[in-house]
Design a protein around this ligand. Structure first.
Ligand code: SF4
Length: 115
């Protein structure tokens, strides 16, 4: 297997090549060790932090920004986005409040205060 990736860890955006099989991958093109870790994780267990918004039911035309507290499996993003879309919260909301609990080992938390 050979796969080309662009490292998204920092703005330099190194072009990475991953070769080999799952248990013995080799990475080239990385300018630092973080790129190698990113490439191996991307090929074995890709994860992403989701950012989105949730409706505030007791404030007209108001949304609160949210994110997953930890990265979640990339193949669960659409499922989790569906859960976020069907969720509403009541103000007041504080940064760090748990909006959805126990979701693939993490939580969806507020990233904005709504008084
Ligand atoms: S490999 Fe290192 S230097 Fe290159 S984009 Fe990734 S984090 Fe940045």
């Amino acid at each position: 297997m050979e796969r080309k990736l662009t490292c998204i860890i920092c703005p330099r955006g190194c072009s990475l090549t991953v070769a080999g099989e799952t248990d013995s991958l080799t990475v080239t093109g990385h300018a630092c060790p973080r790129g190698e870790t990113y490439a191996i994780n991307e090929c074995t267990n890709p994860v992403r932090t989701i950012t989105s918004i949730v409706r505030v039911e007791n404030r007209e035309d108001t949304m609160v920004s949210v994110k997953t507290a930890q990265p979640v499996p990339k193949d669960k993003i659409f499922e989790i986005m569906g859960m976020i879309r069907s969720t509403a919260v009541a103000a007041p909301v504080k940064i760090g409040d748990v909006i959805i609990d126990n979701i693939y080992g993490t939580q969806v938390i507020a990233t904005k205060n709504i008084d």
